[in-house]
Design a protein around this ligand. Structure first.
Ligand SMILES: N[C@@H](CCC(=O)N[C@@H](CS)C(=O)NCC(=O)O)C(=O)O
Length: 214
């Protein structure tokens, strides 16, 4: 397998964690999101992912995009250990936690959105950071009580094994710190992050451990 990735891309980070949890080896193809105006926007990468977003996974010539779709593909093709609980209600709960991050928070603090806000509305870096903080805080402040109230409290977002929810949460916390969010408001989330980072699958997927890290 070949993963088109960038060390600081949180959506790529999700897939790296999933690949590691499944114990799958893969080759990394770094695509620099800023160099030369962004390698993701070049024709070569757009031929792989017309959306010009990372990550993309090449599994024996089959190109997959969108991190959650890739992770569910990996979960179906390599079912052990599972990344979703078994019952439909539990599965829906874990997916909803993951989607708070992947559908509501991450897209509006993504590079191209921040660039657009900055250039089109003449915003300073500080104002753009404030925008990112606002949306990250909104998502995390909903996720924290949801995790506390879940039916299977444990070391992770749901129970005592990592799921899709943890896979989305941990990379988002990296972004939150980058934009200066105050994470002390989310003690349960911080405990979960500690449990995740104690696992090699998460620790080895961290941005600073990647071959293209700067
Ligand atoms: N929903 C997509 C989001 C992908 C995405 O936004 N990737 C970012 C990096 S984390 C990207 O490639 N950004 C490039 C840009 O904004 O130009 C997924 O989950 O894969």
């Amino acid at each position: 397998m070949r993963l088109y990735t960038f060390f600081r891309s949180s959506a790529s980070y999700r897939v790296r964690i999933a690949l590691n949890i499944k114990g799958l080896s893969y080759e990394q193809v770094p695509i620099h999101l800023r160099r030369g105006g962004g390698e993701q926007l070049g024709a070569a990468y757009k031929a792989i992912n017309p959306q010009a977003l990372l990550p993309a996974l090449d599994d024996n010539g089959k190109i997959l995009t969108q991190s959650l779709a890739i992770i569910e593909y990996l979960d179906e093709t390599h079912p052990t250990p599972p990344l979703l609980p078994s019952g439909p209600a539990d599965k829906a709960l874990v997916r909803s936690m993951a989607m708070i991050i992947a559908c509501e928070v991450h897209p509006i603090q993504n590079l191209r959105v921040l660039n657009y806000v900055k250039a089109t509305y003449n915003q300073t870096d500080a104002q753009v950071n404030q925008w990112a903080q606002h949306w990250i805080d909104l998502g995390l402040s909903a996720l924290e009580p949801m995790i506390v109230a879940q039916p299977k409290p444990g070391k992770f977002c749901f129970g005592d094994t990592p799921t899709l929810a943890d896979i989305c949460l941990v990379p988002q916390l990296g972004n939150a710190r980058r934009y200066g969010c105050d994470l002390s408001k989310y003690p349960t989330i911080l405990e979960i992050e500690k449990s995740c980072m104690a696992l090699p699958a998460f620790a080895d997927a961290a941005p600073e451990k990647q071959p293209d890290a700067e």
